[in-house]
Design a protein around this ligand. Sequence first.
Ligand code: PLP
Length: 239
Amino acid sequence: MSPENDARREQLRQNLATVEERIGAACSAAGRDRGDLTLVVVTKTYPASDVALLAELGVTDVGENRHPEAGEKAADVAAPLRWHFMGGLQTNKAGAVARYADVVHSVDRSKLVASLGRGAVAAERDLEVLLQVDLGPDFDRPSDGRSGAAPTDLSALAEAVASTERLRLGGVMTVAPLEVDPAPVFERLASLAERLRSDHPGATAISAGMSGDLEAAVSAGATHLRVGRAILGERPPLG
Ligand SMILES: *Cc1c(COP(=O)(O)O)cnc(C)c1O
């Protein structure tokens, strides 16, 4: 073990502890059980060596948002982790993602459902799918290029997933728009999730909350938090 590696491990350990304290406090405030939440540590842009350190520190779930970066890391890290894919996904890359992802959080159109299904069948793997919902300020109008399905499209999309071999409908996901209070956005996601569960009782996942807004997500009933910067550190701006 190099000194650099030891220093990085210590930094990650401290950051994880700080985030766990925040989650614990948010759970207490909301009267929720920490055991009902999954922390997905978002490792995008950081090296596979960080993912390996996180696994040693007890992390079980990691998230990535780009292919092929995600697949390369999944191949590099031997530790048994659950890999969550949460990025914009082209249909022609979906088959490749189905080979290593355990959960895809960013499904927002039926073409993608079909491609992931074909990929999962070809790879002989089961894939959990979350439907990404666009809850931007004008979410009742067709979204112009933003990621996520309109709330009105959710039930058709859910049917498409439920009727596709090797895909399992896990629930819903959103990214709260910047510069707005995330609380009503997460409340709205939770109510969409509740409606979805009346037709698909197994779709219990609510993926919401990131480094900046995890407390609001816990309070609104999120089951999955996707936390990157608060654990790995600030990322350089996307080039
Ligand atoms: C990067 C990313 C996250 C993590 O965001 P942080 O602000 O680093 O915690 C969560 N969800 C998605 C979809 C992301 O792309």
